[in-house]
Design a protein around this ligand. Structure first.
Ligand SMILES: [Zn+2]
Length: 209
């Protein structure tokens, strides 16, 4: 077997390893039924550092901006297709951003920035971008970009409208809705999401959009 035939090993973690990573995430997962926890969809948990970094970046610009998301992936049987929880730990801003669905232009340095910041258990889990005053939704272009560049079960697309204070999260090649979105560490998501029924102050949303 030539080395090129071997896919790079992803630093996936067993689902049980998510326990204790964040008290609020633990509470949300404990509140979910065992069935939901084991198989019914994907939980996306966004750490405060990632939220703060993304909002600080996007809030400074009137035009569309974006970057990469780093995080940890918890999956059954070491199988990325059986991803259960994605913990988004870092947002890496790009100074240059243009997404057309056919191409995704980011400043070249954002990929090396991302690699340099990857911890041992982290990988690039997706991307984020802004829709200034357009609302937080995934356009047809966004769906094509997700399918072309972030097609894994653990791939996260996070869109924020910093002017209207809205955010939405999508997962997987088909930009599906995660089963639940958890903002960790007392992070306050943009929007009305802050008032969503949280657990111990954690803004947990059903992420219906
Ligand atoms: Zn968009």
């Amino acid at each position: 077997m030539r080395w090129v035939d071997q896919s790079p090993r992803l630093p996936l973690q067993p689902v049980a390893a998510v326990a204790g990573r964040d008290a609020q995430l633990d509470a949300v997962l404990a509140a979910a039924s065992d069935t939901a926890r084991d198989a019914d969809g994907i939980t996306v948990a966004i750490e405060r550092a990632a939220l703060d970094a993304a909002l600080a970046h996007l809030g400074q610009h009137a035009d569309e901006q974006g970057g990469l998301l780093l995080g940890e992936v918890f999956a059954e049987d070491d199988d990325p297709a059986a991803t259960r929880v994605i913990l988004v730990t870092q947002a890496v801003p790009s100074r240059d951003f243009d997404s057309t669905g056919m191409s995704l232009r980011m400043e070249a340095g954002v990929w090396s920035d991302a690699r340099a910041r990857l911890g041992a258990r982290e990988l690039v889990v997706g991307w984020y971008h802004s829709h200034p005053d357009l609302g937080a939704f995934f356009s047809g272009i966004d769906r094509r970009t997700q399918r072309a560049f972030f097609p894994h079960a653990y791939s996260v697309g996070w869109v924020v409208d910093p002017l209207r204070g809205e955010a939405a999260v999508f997962v997987g090649a088909e930009s599906g809705d995660p089963a639940r979105v958890v903002y960790c560490d007392g992070a306050v998501p943009p929007a009305g999401g802050a008032a969503a029924g949280g657990v111990d102050g954690c803004g947990a949303e059903g992420a219906g959009a």
